[in-house]
Design a protein around this ligand. Structure first.
Ligand code: NAP
Length: 278
């Protein structure tokens, strides 16, 4: 039988706690924790994602500051803008919406985020800290995945976890977080040979490919845990959900997506408190 790992309620709980901590911060300082979002160009999906993040900030009692830059923005201009936000004491967290236009060096732009404001966990500093188990900000989607596993009491220690996808914001950090929990991790990507057979050996599958219904039902071992991080046009995940039998699986929508934004808000509030406590 297939059971669902629902992210919506979990996200609501995470945001409610973050919201309380934001209110405490505001009553102590007279200021709200502030997330700056930066977008380059007008990709409709990215515009929607950023607007959702801003709305959630407002609802939870955080301030959001939005910087929209034209598609023609150069790497140097974007880096300069992010450095400005990094230096601004009123800003606690910075989120650069991925992806940026092809002519922009996204890595250089991410690295312009000062580590203590990297609430989206995209810098090399955060990745290294997270991988070594230090108390750094995690990439929000992998962070949300781990919260789902915790909420549904999935112990991954000693289990074979197969992560399909190795992007710096999702597949790679998800693999590191699973490794930190003592899973035996295999990372697959577009050059992997025999993908279906590898996935068939997985106790835990994380699909982070960006291709609708890519993971087939008969790749999933009975009793496996399936995390579908994909979000494709038409509200479709990376797993052929209807073909999966006998698994604990995240729905799309309402699975990983809501937890991603919740972790972002939580980390922004934490960033504000950490700065105060520093
Ligand atoms: P990405 O940067 O495009 O990375 C996709 C990964 O999939 C790459 O590592 C790629 O391998 C791998 N891949 C592509 N084709 C493959 C194949 N045939 N077999 C095996 N691996 C293959 O995408 P992303 O940013 O990680 O996002 C992945 C998905 O997650 C998308 O659907 C995106 O919308 C979704 N997402 C959801 C959230 C959320 O909040 N829920 C957040 C971020 C992303 P190579 O490295 O070899 O190219």
């Amino acid at each position: 039988m297939t059971n669902l790992m629902r992210g919506t309620e979990l996200a609501r709980d995470i945001v409610a706690r973050a919201s309380e901590k934001a209110a405490d911060y505001t009553s102590r300082t007279g200021r709200k924790p502030c997330l700056a979002t930066v977008i380059v160009g007008d990709d409709p999906a990215s515009v929607t994602y950023v607007r959702m993040k801003q709305n959630r900030c407002h609802k939870a009692g955080l301030e959001s500051r939005h910087v929209a830059l034209p598609h023609e923005t150069t790497t140097e201009e974007l880096v300069a803008k992010i450095r400005e936000l990094s230096d601004d004491p009123a800003v606690h967290g910075i989120l650069l919406q991925h992806p940026v236009p092809h002519h922009v060096d996204e890595r250089a732009a991410f690295e312009a985020i000062v580590p203590h404001k990297d609430v989206d966990g995209v810098t090399m500093h955060s990745f290294a800290g997270m991988s070594f188990g230090h108390n750094e900000f995690v990439s929000c989607t992998p962070g949300g995945i781990m919260r789902l596993l915790d909420a549904y009491e999935v112990d991954v220690a000693g289990k074979h976890a197969v992560v399909i996808g190795r992007s710096p914001i999702l597949g790679k950090p998800a693999a590191m977080l699973l490794l930190a929990r003592d899973a035996t991790v295999t990372i697959c990507h577009s050059k992997t040979v025999g993908l279906a057979d590898i996935v068939r050996t997985a106790d835990v599958v994380v699909a982070a490919v960006g291709k609708p219904r890519f993971v087939q039902g008969d790749w999933i071992k009975p009793g496996a845990v399936v995390i579908d991080a994909g979000y494709n046009e038409g509200n479709v995940g990376d797993v052929d959900f209807d073909a999966v039998k006998d698994a604990l699986i995240t729905p799309v929508p309402g699975g990983v997506g809501p937890t991603t934004i919740a972790v972002l808000l939580e980390q922004t509030v934490d960033a504000a408190w950490r700065e105060l406590d520093a």
